[in-house]
Design a protein around this ligand. Structure first.
Ligand code: PGA
Length: 249
């Protein structure tokens, strides 16, 4: 079984004064050393958060696919790595909808992240209509196959996949445990088809309204190797029960 990985996604939340929460979460991560914990903060906080967190990895929420150039307002993978990021979320559904990112963009970003020896957290997920039309698995696996990075060497794949049903994000609603199990199994199979045996070493995270009340059930499902947690990651009080649940599964 893979060591559980719990990643917080602060989205566009957090200013300097919120760094105290990073310190508190870092202490909780230290107390649950059988779980890997990371927080993906806004780009403005990556460096300061990295400087104060010992037991917690810090990540970014996006980066540009190119190394440098005329891309006003963007940051490259090397830039966030230099500030201390060890993870970068790519292809979050909010970026796919707000910034119009497509699978080709997401694949290029994942490759840029991995080229900097950081872990790319590649997000995929279906809309509510797609779930209700009973084709969620085929939609998500197609999205995954079109977004997965091309790499020369499968031995040390610094890649995670986050299955995040779009309709579950920030809504307090989650799929049934059977639906999560079916999706994660299909994702695992697709990863093994793509990367051979190395596909078994890639963490598959569940994201979308994960919290202290539902984490234990979700994290007990086969091939749910951790979580990508938005709202419930903003304070140690909310995030600690998720970390604790991961520590017991
Ligand atoms: P949520 O967000 O936990 O607030 O639903 C998860 C995410 O968007 O990564």
């Amino acid at each position: 079984m893979l060591k559980k990985l719990i990643v917080g996604n602060w989205k566009m939340n957090g200013v300097r004064s919120d760094i105290a929460h990073i310190k508190d979460i870092s202490e909780q991560a230290a107390a649950h050393s059988n779980v890997d914990v990371a927080i993906c903060v806004p780009a403005t906080l990556i460096e300061s958060a990295s400087n104060i967190s010992d037991s917690l990895a810090i990540g970014a929420q996006d980066c540009h696919a190119h190394t440098n150039g005329a891309h006003t307002g963007c940051v490259s993978a090397a830039m966030v790595a230099e500030c201390g990021a060890q993870y970068v979320i790519v292809g979050h559904s909010e970026r796919r909808s707000d910034q119009g990112e497509n699978n080709t963009d997401v694949k290029a970003k994942a490759q840029a992240v991995m080229a900097q020896q950081m872990v790319a957290i590649l997000c995929i997920g279906e809309t509510e209509n797609q779930r209700n039309s009973d084709n969620a698995v085929s939609v998500v696996i197609e999205q995954l196959n079109l977004s997965l990075p091309e790499v020369d060497n499968y031995d040390n794949l610094t890649l995670c996949v986050a299955y995040e049903p779009i309709w579950a994000i920030g809504t307090g609603r989650i799929p049934t445990l059977d639906e999560v199990a079916e999706m994660h199994m299909a994702i695992r199979q697709a990863l093994v088809i793509k990367y051979g045996e190395s596909g078994n070493n890639i963490h598959i995270l569940y994201g979308g309204s994960m919290n202290g009340d539902n984490a234990a059930d979700l994290l007990s499902i086969e091939h749910v190797d951790g979580g990508l947690v938005g709202g419930a990651s903003l304070t140690a009080a909310k995030f600690t029960p998720v970390i604790a649940a991961a520590s017991l599964t």
